[in-house]
Design a protein around this ligand. Structure first.
Ligand code: 3NM
Length: 217
């Protein structure tokens, strides 16, 4: 179930959509077929406090209309306050063990990983999925690690065949195939949808392309 959820995993914050209204972009992405959504409200101009919570509530409501899981990046208190479906954390965020204790076992926990050791640590806290990247160069994350390609995804997918893996970083509808072939269950994208001229068409085309590779509708 988690693997299917990861197929086209859309990530966005209110600063990722240029002049377009972020809630319109999210609605278009959901209509286009994204299978999971993560609110990642980070960087200059990001919302905070009550404004961030209101925005999160609006995002969660939209996701609910489309039956798409709503995940909050990093902010465990917010995830609990709005009763999100899960939390995604990086290696620099709060320790995964503490987060698992805070959110319990009913919420989804995703962890960004870059090495086999980080993957092992994520497994200890029963991470529901891991993110691996950046597969390609990205301009959406200021402190992204060096480009990793797909080698580590392949290594981890071979070692842990049941572990749901999602690739991230510079992935588009025209370069995602090697990520799936390496063993990822899906791809996470910001700009390929959030910065597309038509996010609905971008999500639709992307979803069709992934489904055709995974041979399922
Ligand atoms: N995490 P885009 S790369 C949020 O490598 C994030 O862990 C990364 O945005 C990692 O699809 C990244 O626009 C940015 O490249 C992904």
């Amino acid at each position: 179930m988690i693997k299917k959820m990861l197929r086209l995993y859309f990530i966005m914050g209110s600063t990722n959509t240029g002049t377009a209204d972020p809630l319109d972009v999210l609605e278009a992405a959901l209509r286009g077929g994204v299978t999971c959504f993560q609110l990642r409200e980070k960087g200059p101009g990001a919302l905070s406090g009550n404004e961030k919570q209101k925005f999160a509530e609006a995002c969660k409501k939209l996701c609910g209309l489309y039956n798409v899981p709503f995940i909050v990046n990093d902010d465990v208190d917010l995830a609990i306050a709005v009763d999100a479906d899960g939390v995604h954390i990086g290696q620099d965020d709060e320790h995964a063990k503490v987060v698992r204790e805070q959110i319990g076992t009913h919420k989804i926990l995703g962890v960004s990983t870059h090495t086999e050791n980080e993957v092992k640590e994520a497994l200890v806290v029963s991470a529901d999925y891991i993110g691996m990247g950046p597969v390609y160069a990205t301009s959406s994350k200021a402190d992204a690690k060096p480009v990793a390609g797909t080698d580590m995804i392949r290594t981890i997918a071979n070692a842990y065949p049941d572990l749901p893996i999602v690739g991230i970083g510079g992935i588009t509808s025209t370069n995602f195939t090697p990520v799936i072939e390496a063993g990822a269950a899906g791809v996470s994208v910001i700009s390929a949808i959030a910065a597309a001229g038509n996010p609905f068409v971008a999500a639709c085309d992307f979803k069709k392309a992934i489904d055709s590779i995974l041979n399922e509708e």
